[in-house]
Every structure is written in structure tokens, then in C-alpha cells.
Design a protein around this ligand. Structure first.
Ligand SMILES: Cc1cc2nc3c(=O)[nH]c(=O)nc-3n(C[C@H](O)[C@H](O)[C@H](O)COP(=O)(O)OP(=O)(O)OC[C@H]3O[C@@H](n4cnc5c(N)ncnc54)[C@H](O)[C@@H]3O)c2cc1C
Length: 400
């Protein structure tokens, strides 16, 4: 694979870099530097700035708001965002729901929902997992019964519980998998519904994560009334949408550009002197070997991601290879967090769980290493656990 950048790609890189430098909100930068929690408005502010520039949805079809960038330009854009340590646009609307909408939705559904996603006006959450249905997602029990309302219109009445709903406390809308046929085979009786999170009967309850943050929730649905026109694709065929969405979710988790930036930061951390003899952790052969092994694996992953991006540019959706990206990407993220905590040494220990970050003792680079480490345990679980991804690779790629 030729990785030389053409002059127009280098020009694009400079344009992207300058745009971020001129437009990234200072208030966000300050909060990130201090490790402060971001509000809903903080998350959406960068999204809206990108939307105004026409850059919030690079992978969408051009006629719907995509940028028409080549695979190389998309790669450069993710590199430049990671380099500048911008926050990432949340994936739930832009890269998870939107491809389902523009592939399976009606023209009315596309017109109603895509602009709000593109412009960062509507916050979406994902209602897939349930207490008894995670890896075995098709065993989900949340049920939707079809009724005719007093107004003569058709509705689904939804009852059940979803769990691990990421940032559901901020969500305006959610995309949910519900069971519409109790008698069919598990995968055949599921429908894909869009639900207004302000609907009566929805309750969102906090789950506190290991590092003390509020990132995930339980969502309870008690007789929630959902218009039938909010169903995407056919009744009982929501599994088709569900699978397409999961492939997009997985390939987005790899985070190669962010890990490259993380590796740079790790090297800087490990290059500071540990003692008055001038020794650095990076001069320790054992530690250096771990960093180098990580770099080799990250480079290999980068090439795999580039191949996937090239395939997507030629119209192929992400296939089972997204499982490879997910496994390797999240393993690398966790190894980076392990090594960062090792590099922080005892400064990684002072840790205020509720605030979600460390108390400010020790060098700046050690702040958040423990929080990141604890929070990062999730990555090998969410988006379908890595064990399940291995099963998918065995079946779909290796044909076992
Ligand atoms: C931080 C976080 C955020 C999340 N956000 C969302 C969200 O926004 N929306 C949403 O719908 N879901 C979300 N999830 C849920 C996530 O998709 C599930 O946690 C995941 O699919 C695993 O399901 P489970 O937790 O029920 O574990 P289980 O399915 O009970 O699995 C438990 C263990 O058994 C292993 N296992 C299970 N079956 C097999 C098998 N067949 N072969 C080998 N090993 C197996 C698993 O790998 C795992 O290690 C989130 C999860 C986390 C941790």
C-alpha cells in the first residue's frame, strides 16, 4: 500500500490543522486540560462548529451532507483531530444511526431525522442491551405491542428495560431494538424503533462506572407510546438494521489516530527524569520493549484500518473485518492505559472517584491516568465484547 501523500492531501492536512487551531473552542480546551467533566452543550458545541463548516458527517453520502473526502482525507482528518486532542463527535447519531437511516429509512424519515444529526441539534442514545441480553442480543425481551390509538393512528406500546445506555441522561431521542413478535425465532421478531426520550413512561437511572463517572444508565420503559411511523424498515426485520449498525459501531471503536497520539504522550511521560541520577523510565529496557511492541501492533492496525477505509470509499460497508479493528484497537487502548499508569507511578494513585479525575497531586501528565485506566476497562466489553468478536472472525472470516 502506498502511503505517500499527494500534494493535495498535504494541502488538505494544512487546511484541517488551521481550521482546528482557529475554531476549536477555548472553553473546551481548558476543561480538557483540567480534566473537568464536559456538559451536553460542550459536546455539541464542537459538533455544531464542524456542521457549519460542512465537516460533521464526512462519511455520509454527499447529497445528504457528506464531504466526499477520499479515504486518505478521512484518515488525515482523524489524525489531525487526534493531534489537536479535540473531543470526538459522539458516534450514536452520526456514525451509528445515520447509516441505518439512509440505507433503510423512508424519504420522510431521512428528511425528519438526518438534518438534526448532521447539525448536532439532536442527541441520540442506543437502546440495544438489556440485563439479560448483551452478547446474546437477539434474546432481548423489551416488547412492543401494536395498537390503534383513540386518534385512529397506529402506535407501539413499549415495555421493558435497557441497560448500559451511554450518555442516555442527555439523550433527546434513542434508537431501540424491541420484540414485536413473541412467537417467531429470536432474530425474526425484532423491530427497530426511534423513541423520543421525553415520552411519558421513560425513566433514565444512573449507573456509576469504576472511575466514578456518570457515563452509562439503565432506561426503563413503562407503556411508552411510539408512533408506528417511527419504525425503521419492516416490522420484525429490525435485526437487519441492528447488524448493519453494529458493524459501523465496531469499526469506529478502533481509535487508531487517538492511540498514536496517546503513544506520543506516553513517550513524553516516560522521558521525564525519575530521579536525580537522570534516569528515565524510557531508558529502562523492559519498559522500552513494551512501548516498542505496542508501536509495532499499532502500526499493523493502522494499515488494517486504511484497508477498511479504502474499501468503504469504494462503496463497501464495513464487514466482519470491523471485528478485527475492534479487538486490536481496544487491546491497544488498554495497553496504553496500563503503561501510562505505570509511567505515572505513585502519582497515579491519588484519585477522586466522584470527580472522575485525580486530585491534582503530582505532575500534570499523571492526572487522569488512574481514571482513564479504570474507565478504559469498558472498551473490550462495549460494541460487542472482544470474545464475541473473535467468534465472528472465526465464523465469517476464517469460515470455521
Ligand atoms: C461502558 C459501556 C457502555 C455501553 N454502552 C451501551 C449503549 O450505549 N447501548 C447499548 O445498547 N449497550 C451498551 N453497552 C453494552 C454492551 O454492548 C454489552 O455490555 C456487551 O455486549 C456485553 O454484554 P453483557 O454486558 O450482557 O455481557 P454478557 O453477554 O453477559 O457476557 C459476559 C462475559 O461472557 C462472555 N461471553 C458471552 N457469550 C459468549 C460466547 N458465546 N462466547 C465467548 N464468550 C462469551 C463475554 O465476552 C463477557 O466476557 C455498553 C457497555 C459498557 C460496558
Amino acid at each position: 500500500m502506498n502511503l505517500d501523500f499527494a500534494p493535495e492531501d498535504n494541502a488538505f492536512r494544512l487546511e484541517a490543522r488551521a481550521f482546528i487551531a482557529q475554531n476549536y473552542p477555548k472553553i473546551l480546551r481548558d476543561k480538557q486540560d483540567k480534566g473537568e467533566a464536559l456538559t451536553k452543550e460542550d459536546y455539541l458545541s464542537w459538533h455544531r462548529i464542524l456542521a457549519a463548516k460542512g465537516w460533521s458527517t464526512p462519511s455520509w453520502p454527499v447529497e445528504l451532507g457528506g464531504t466526499g473526502w477520499t479515504a486518505t482525507q478521512k484518515y488525515i482528518w482523524s489524525e489531525e483531530q487526534a493531534r489537536a486532542d479535540t473531543i470526538t463527535i459522539l458516534p450514536f447519531g452520526v456514525s451509528m444511526l445515520a447509516p441505518v437511516l439512509y440505507t433503510f429509512g423512508t424519504d420522510e424519515q431521512k428528511a425528519k431525522f438526518l438534518p438534526g444529526i448532521r447539525d448536532g441539534l439532536v442527541w441520540w442514545c442506543q437502546g440495544y442491551s438489556e440485563p439479560g441480553a448483551g452478547s446474546d442480543l437477539a434474546s432481548l425481551k423489551t416488547r412492543a405491542e401494536r395498537v390503534t390509538g383513540d386518534d385512529g393512528k397506529e402506535y407501539y406500546i413499549v415495555n421493558g428495560q435497557k441497560t448500559w445506555t451511554t450518555l442516555g441522561q442527555h439523550a433527546d431521542w434513542g434508537f431501540f431494538l424491541v420484540r414485536t413478535d413473541q412467537t417467531a425465532k429470536p432474530q425474526s421478531g425484532i423491530s427497530f424503533l426511534l423513541i423520543d426520550m421525553k415520552s411519558p413512561g421513560i425513566e433514565v437511572r444512573r449507573i456509576t462506572t469504576l472511575e466514578g463517572g456518570h457515563e452509562v444508565n439503565d432506561v426503563f420503559l413503562d407503556n411508552v407510546k411510539v408512533p408506528v411511523e417511527n419504525r425503521i424498515f419492516h416490522e420484525n426485520q429490525g435485526w437487519t438494521c441492528a447488524k448493519a449498525l453494529l458493524a459501523h459501531e465496531r469499526s469506529g471503536i478502533a481509535g487508531v489516530a487517538r492511540s498514536k497520539r496517546g503513544l506520543e504522550r506516553l513517550r513524553q511521560m516516560a522521558s521525564t527524569e525519575m530521579s536525580d541520577q537522570g534516569a528515565t523510565l524510557l531508558s529502562d529496557a523492559f519498559f522500552k520493549r513494551k512501548v516498542t511492541e505496542l508501536e509495532i501492533d499499532l502500526t499493523a492496525l493502522e494499515f488494517t484500518e486504511l484497508r477498511t477505509l479504502a474499501g468503504e470509499s469504494s462503496g463497501k460497508g464495513p464487514g466482519p473485518e470491523s471485528s478485527i479493528l475492534k479487538i486490536k484497537g481496544t487491546e491497544i487502548q488498554q495497553r496504553l492505559q496500563d503503561l501510562a499508569l505505570e509511567a505515572a507511578g505513585h502519582y497515579g494513585a491519588p484519585f477522586l472517584g466522584e470527580a472522575g479525575h485525580n486530585s491534582g497531586v503530582g505532575p500534570l501528565h499523571s492526572l487522569d491516568t488512574a481514571g482513564d485506566y479504570f474507565n478504559g476497562r469498558k472498551t473490550s466489553i462495549y460494541g460487542g465484547s472482544n470474545e464475541i468478536q473473535r467468534n465472528i472472525i472465526a465464523k465469517m472470516v476464517l469460515g470455521l
